[in-house]
Each structure stands twice: as structure tokens, then as C-alpha cells.
Ligand binder design. Structure first.
Ligand SMILES: *[C@@H]1O[C@H](CO)[C@@H](O)[C@H](O)[C@H]1NC(C)=O
Ligand SMILES: *[C@@H]1O[C@H](CO)[C@@H](O)[C@H](O)[C@H]1NC(C)=O
Ligand SMILES: *[C@@H]1O[C@H](CO)[C@@H](O)[C@H](O)[C@H]1NC(C)=O
Ligand SMILES: *[C@@H]1O[C@H](CO)[C@@H](O)[C@H](O)[C@H]1NC(C)=O
Ligand SMILES: *[C@@H]1O[C@H](CO)[C@@H](O)[C@H](O)[C@H]1NC(C)=O
Ligand SMILES: *[C@@H]1O[C@H](CO)[C@@H](O)[C@H](O)[C@H]1NC(C)=O
Ligand SMILES: *[C@@H]1O[C@H](CO)[C@@H](O)[C@H](O)[C@H]1NC(C)=O
Ligand SMILES: *[C@@H]1O[C@H](CO)[C@@H](O)[C@H](O)[C@H]1NC(C)=O
Ligand SMILES: *[C@@H]1O[C@H](CO)[C@@H](O)[C@H](O)[C@H]1NC(C)=O
Length: 520
């Protein structure tokens, strides 16, 4: 009698164990993943959708400017000494406008960024702060003209003095407000052939840093004005309803699937997301690189996996900018198509580590790098007598991703804008300076803190997923224990095993002891 019950108990517990195995190996993860997919995919019923459409937090946008402290010395051929002033902190709001849905599970939208000065976070610095910087539009015009036709330079000099006013240096003291957003004026009404040439080029092909003046004949130059309150795009992004691992991938920008600025399909590839959204990470196959597409620099770049790190009491994957992204073509042959333009007589497009010429992208001779030439060639530092000190903590770019949802827990993207200060004997203002890459400012954009409610939401989800994980193992352990218990009962009662040996070999050892018993 007892033997019968023990056998029944054992049989039931075996069934329980099998169900537990199936549930924990397949059922639970399946259910959890389906739920996660439902909440993160870009569907207007999902939890993430509204947050994606209108970022619930303001990103920080910070600008650090390099104040030139020894203009007279530089004009005398000495090395520049710079002084970093900043950060000037802005709040950046992002809102997307959905234009429609495409084939292949995509959503089409434009994004509008709005910037607002954050006086509190900027401390004593105001937007009226004056800084002395290299006169970007002056160098821009000269280098552009030089590129168009080197023979024009003697004539250019005469024109320049009227074009830019009677200045005697290629430096300018300006309010940061004008430099960043409001714009510095470039006068095209002067009747000079060189001006006509430059203005003609600007009219035909206005670089994004220039804006046509509505009231006057000329252009305003500002670095970020063209970003504020302007619709950027359209972008086409994968919604992740069919394949969650593709979530957030940008498949087209301005209706193009490849950026043709680089004249090469490889460098023109649109890879990855816009760095605000990532697919959940498959922890059995954690990607070594995550890609993002940055329309401002017309290219995709990537961050490489460093490892798992805890942040806000959650475990996350930490990715960092890779030195190969802006590597010279000898260090990274893949980069050769980004080296389309020489930025000086001495340096081809990317002969040096860590810099990239945006001329093909912007139509303006801007050169980008990481701040303070972090991860760039040491040669660049030799040009300065002070003020440039690369520091990993302050100057790298990184992101922390929560693996289950792919949410960005913290992230910062940093970039520096430079222009060449070139010695040009024909132009008095440039006849005595040393040629070198001159930094203007650097920006950081991202989310460095998370509001408590959003954090709580994520932490709760993380905790629940943790419980589910525990429950999964607990279920398995309990089912196994019950099974072992049942087996012991069967042994004690001297009953035969429920199933022939060959069937339960893979599950447990008690079968072995059962056999011994049977032999008696
Ligand atoms: C949600 O999206 C579908 C298309 O996927 C659309 O037909 C529907 O109108 C949308 N609903 C709302 C409330 O926007
Ligand atoms: C910037 O440098 C100039 C010298 O070129 C100096 O007079 C000025 O005080 C500096 N600005 C700040 C904010 O330190
Ligand atoms: C959708 O995918 C198919 C097959 O990959 C492709 O041929 C087609 O061009 C895609 N459609 C769009 C609008 O991208
Ligand atoms: C950005 O544009 C908005 C709306 O036009 C304006 O209110 C705001 O002051 C601008 N921000 C900056 C930093 O100029
Ligand atoms: C610098 O360029 C601007 C045009 O953007 C011009 O108005 C200014 O006079 C130039 N130089 C100096 C030293 O002010
Ligand atoms: C520009 O200068 C030329 C001569 O150098 C003159 O013929 C022409 O009328 C001028 N145009 C304007 C708009 O002043
Ligand atoms: C784009 O992604 C592919 C892998 O998906 C990679 O091999 C390629 O290097 C990336 N292209 C760029 C320009 O980063
Ligand atoms: C992390 O957890 C500890 C203890 O549970 C708590 O005291 C601390 O405030 C938490 N930190 C964050 C950033 O949530
Ligand atoms: C850049 O300059 C070097 C040397 O002057 C030259 O060999 C090379 O062809 C140039 N590259 C381009 C893309 O113009």
C-alpha cells in the first residue's frame, strides 16, 4: 500500500520536475521576453512609446570654450596657451514627430531639439560671458577660398580686411551666446570680387553652420543655432515588433539609406540607433560593439564593450568610445574613406590618430576630435604651451545599458570642434602664426542623472525580473527536492522504479540505487 503511494508520489514528482524544467528553461524566459518586447517595441500601445516620442527628461548639453590667453604671443609665432571656460550648461529637450509607418516594420519621424540655458547648473557663468577664440568664420572663409583656388589669396587679403572689418588678428572676442546660438554676422554687401566668390559659394551650398540673414545681404554663423527648434530628419527606425534585436536601428536618413558624402558605401553606412534607444541585450551573446548613427558628422560610429558594471544598484553593460573610431588609416584601414580631404599641406584627411575632417560632410573645414585630443596623436599636443590636458574621465564617451530592456541608464557623448590656424605668408594676419590644429570648444550631450520616478520604474522592473529569475531556479530546486524525496520514499518502501531505467537515466542518480535494491 505504502509502496503504491510512494510510486504514485514519485511519478507525480517526476512530472512536476519535467514541467519545472520546461518552465524554467523555456516557459519563463519566453513569457518574460514577450512581455519585455511588448513594453519596449515602438508601438503606440507600448510603455516605451511615449518616452521615445517625447523624452521624459531634459538631456544636458554642455559647452566648454577654449579662451585664447596669449593672442599677442601667438601673433609673434609663439605657442598658444589656452584656458578652458565652462561648462555652459543647456537643457536639451527632444521631441519626435511621427510621419508614418514604413514597410519592414519601420517608423518614420523627425526630431526637434530645443535648447534652454540652465543658469543654475552653469553657476557664475552667463551667456554674456566674453571669450577670445579663433575667428572661425574668418579661417573658414580663407581655407574655403584657398581650397577653391589657391591663386586667389593675394586678392583675398585685400578683400578680407573689408570683409571682416579692420581686424589685425585671426582671433575674435565674442559673447558665447553669439558664438553658440545667435550668430556672428558675415557681410556680403561689399562689392569685392573675392567676397562675391565666397558669398556665391555660400549661397549655392550653405554649410549648416551658416544661416542666411533675412534682413541683410549676408550670413550668420553660429555653431548650434541651426539645431535649436528645427526639425531634423526624417529618420526611419526599426520598431522591433518583428525582431526585437533590430529595435531602434536607423535604416534611412533624409530618405537615403547610405550617406554619400564619403563617396564610399562602407563609410556611408547607417549603423545602429541614434544612441537614445537600444534593443534588449541577449546575455548569452553580448555584443562587443554598439553602433550609433550621428547625422551631424554624417557617419556611424561605435562604442566597445568594457564589461559589466553596477550603476543605480542595477547591473549594466558599460560601453566606451573606441580609439579606432577616429583612428588614422594606418591604424584602422577601414577609415580610409573618411580621409577624403586634406586639412593641411602636411596632413592628409586622417593621417593623424584621433581627428576627422568634416569638410566632405559639412562643406566647411571643421575638424573634430575627442575633447583635449583624448585618444589622439601626441603630436597635436605639441602645438600648445598649456591648456590642453586629455583626461579619460572627463573626455571619453560612454553609455551604460540595462540589459533586459536596453534602456540607457547613463550616457555621455563628447566631441571637440577644431579648425586649422594656417600660416599663409600672403595674408598679414596669418603671416607670422604657426600652423596647427586649433580647438574652438567641446560639447557634451547626454543624460548623467536620472529622475527618481524613472529610476524607480526601472529599478522595480529590474527587481521583478530578478524575482522571476529567482523563482525560476527555486521552482527547479523545489521540484528536484520533491523528486529526490519521492525517490527516497520509493527506496524505503522497497518498491520498484516507476519507469524503466533507460528513461530516467538523464534525470537522477536515485535510479542507480533503485537498481541495487531491485537486485536484492
Ligand atoms: C496606433 O498605431 C496604429 C498603426 O500602427 C494607428 O492605426 C493608430 O491610429 C494609432 N493609435 C493612436 C492612438 O495613435
Ligand atoms: C580670456 O582671455 C583673455 C585674454 O585673451 C582675458 O583677458 C580674459 O579675462 C579671459 N577670459 C576669462 C573668462 O578668463
Ligand atoms: C523591405 O525589405 C525587402 C527585403 O529585405 C527589401 O527588398 C525592400 O526594399 C525593403 N523595403 C523598404 C521600404 O525598405
Ligand atoms: C531655442 O529656440 C527657442 C524657440 O525659438 C527659444 O525660446 C530659445 O531661447 C532658443 N534657445 C537658445 C539657447 O537660443
Ligand atoms: C571675425 O569674423 C567676424 C565675422 O563672422 C567679423 O565680423 C569680425 O570682424 C572678425 N574678426 C574680428 C577680430 O573681429
Ligand atoms: C561694383 O564695382 C564695379 C567696379 O569695380 C562696378 O562696375 C559695379 O557697379 C559695382 N557694383 C555695385 C553693386 O556697387
Ligand atoms: C557597420 O556595421 C557593420 C556590422 O554590422 C560593420 O562591419 C561595419 O564596420 C559598420 N560600418 C561602419 C562605418 O561603422
Ligand atoms: C542602493 O541600495 C542601497 C541599499 O539597498 C541604498 O542605500 C542606496 O540608496 C541605493 N542607491 C541608489 C543609487 O539607488
Ligand atoms: C593629401 O595630400 C597628400 C600630400 O600632399 C597627397 O599625396 C594626397 O593625394 C592628398 N589627398 C587628397 C585626398 O587630396
Amino acid at each position: 500500500m505504502l509502496g503504491k503511494n510512494a510510486k504514485l508520489f514519485f511519478g507525480l514528482s517526476m512530472c512536476g520536475l519535467i514541467i519545472a524544467i520546461v518552465l524554467s528553461a523555456w516557459g519563463f524566459p519566453k513569457i518574460v521576453n514577450t512581455q519585455i518586447q511588448k513594453s519596449v517595441q515602438l508601438d503606440n500601445s507600448s510603455m516605451m512609446y511615449e518616452k521615445w516620442r517625447k523624452l521624459p527628461i531634459a538631456l544636458t548639453f554642455q559647452v566648454n570654450v577654449f579662451n585664447v590667453t596669449n593672442v599677442d604671443d601667438i601673433m609673434a609665432g609663439k605657442k598658444p596657451i589656452l584656458q578652458e571656460i565652462g561648462p555652459f550648461v543647456y537643457k536639451e529637450y527632444r521631441e519626435r514627430t511621427v510621419l508614418g509607418y514604413g514597410e519592414n516594420d519601420t517608423i518614420k519621424y523627425t526630431v526637434k531639439k530645443t535648447y534652454e540655458y540652465d543658469q543654475e547648473a552653469s553657476g557664475a557663468l552667463t551667456e554674456d560671458q566674453e571669450v577670445t577664440i579663433i575667428n572661425y568664420s574668418y579661417m573658414n572663409a580663407i581655407l574655403t577660398a584657398y581650397e577653391l583656388m589657391p591663386g586667389i589669396l593675394p586678392m583675398l587679403n585685400e578683400a578680407m580686411s573689408q570683409f571682416f572689418g579692420a581686424q589685425d588678428t585671426p582671433f575674435i572676442t565674442v559673447k558665447v551666446k553669439d558664438l553658440f546660438f545667435d550668430g556672428m554676422f558675415l557681410d556680403c554687401s561689399l562689392n569685392m570680387s573675392a567676397i562675391a566668390l565666397i558669398c556665391g559659394k555660400l549661397k549655392a551650398d550653405t554649410p549648416s553652420v551658416m544661416r542666411r540673414a533675412e534682413d541683410k545681404n549676408g550670413f550668420y554663423f553660429s555653431l548650434f543655432g541651426q539645431w535649436n527648434n528645427t526639425d531634423i530628419g526624417p529618420f526611419e527606425m526599426v520598431r522591433g515588433r518583428e525582431n526585437i534585436r533590430e529595435l531602434g536601428h536607423i535604416v534611412s536618413y533624409q530618405d537615403k539609406k547610405v550617406m554619400n558624402h564619403w563617396g564610399d558605401p562602407y563609410c556611408g553606412m547607417l549603423n545602429g540607433s541614434d544612441a537614445t534607444i537600444f534593443p534588449p541585450i541577449d546575455e548569452s551573446d553580448v555584443p562587443n560593439k554598439i553602433y550609433f548613427f550621428e547625422p551631424e558628422i554624417c557617419r556611424s560610429s561605435y562604442a566597445s564593450l568594457v564589461g559589466q558594471r553596477a550603476i543605480y544598484n542595477m547591473s549594466a553593460y558599460y560601453y566606451e568610445i573606441d580609439r579606432l573610431v577616429f583612428a588614422s588609416k594606418s591604424a584602422n584601414p577601414d577609415n580610409k574613406c573618411f580621409c577624403r580631404k586634406n586639412w593641411s599641406a602636411k596632413h592628409d584627411g586622417c593621417l593623424l590618430m584621433g581627428v576627422m575632417n568634416l569638410m566632405p560632410c559639412k562643406g566647411a573645414p571643421a575638424i573634430i576630435s575627442l575633447p583635449h585630443y583624448y585618444l589622439a596623436s601626441e603630436e597635436l599636443l605639441e602645438y600648445f604651451d598649456g591648456g590642453i590636458t586629455p583626461d579619460k574621465e572627463k573626455h571619453n564617451s560612454y553609455v551604460y545599458l540595462e540589459p533586459k530592456t536596453g534602456a540607457v541608464l547613463q550616457g555621455m557623448q563628447r566631441i571637440q570642434f577644431n579648425i586649422e590656424l594656417r600660416n599663409i605668408p600672403n595674408i598679414p594676419q596669418l603671416a607670422t602664426v604657426q600652423t596647427g590644429l586649433f580647438p574652438l570648444l567641446w560639447i557634451e550631450e547626454g543624460a548623467d542623472t536620472m529622475p527618481d520616478d524613472l529610476l524607480k520604474e526601472l529599478q522595480d522592473a529590474h527587481t521583478i525580473l530578478g524575482y522571476v529569475e529567482v523563482a525560476r531556479w527555486l521552482l527547479l530546486v523545489i521540484a528536484s527536492l520533491v523528486c529526490v524525496g519521492a525517490a527516497v520514499c520509493v527506496v524505503r518502501s522497497g518498491a520498484a522504479p516507476v519507469w524503466p531505467r533507460s528513461n530516467n537515466d538523464f534525470i537522477l542518480n536515485p535510479g542507480h540505487s533503485l537498481d541495487i535494491n531491485k537486485g536484492h
